[in-house]
Design a protein. Structure first.
Length: 98
């Protein structure tokens, strides 16, 4: 499995709105993507920071939806709240329990 980790730095007052967007829009769209397995949304309210972790069956599945424009469309949902451009990293999942 493969994990895509996207770190956002948002205006502190936008954390609630960002959480709602992630739950109501990002997750449902992710569930439609081939190879999608799970998503997590971690927030640090004091720092105005959140981390999105999405789990994919393979790196190829994650890369395919980046190439299709899906991933950028999700990132764009947070443009008005962002302080800086988000950072994205990819990881092989060594172990997982859910």
């Amino acid at each position: 499995m493969y994990a895509r980790v996207t770190t956002f730095h948002l205006k502190v007052k936008a954390i609630e709105e960002a959480s709602k967007i992630y739950e109501d829009s990002v997750i449902p769209e992710a569930q439609k993507q081939p190879g999608f397995k799970n998503a997590f949304f971690l927030t640090n309210r004091n720092a105005g920071k959140f981390v999105s972790i999405t789990i994919w069956d393979t790196i190829e599945s994650a890369m395919a939806n980046q190439k299709s424009g899906y991933y950028q469309a999700q990132i764009d949902k947070f443009d008005d709240m962002s302080v800086v451009n988000p950072e994205v990293e990819g990881f092989s999942v060594g172990a997982m329990s859910i």
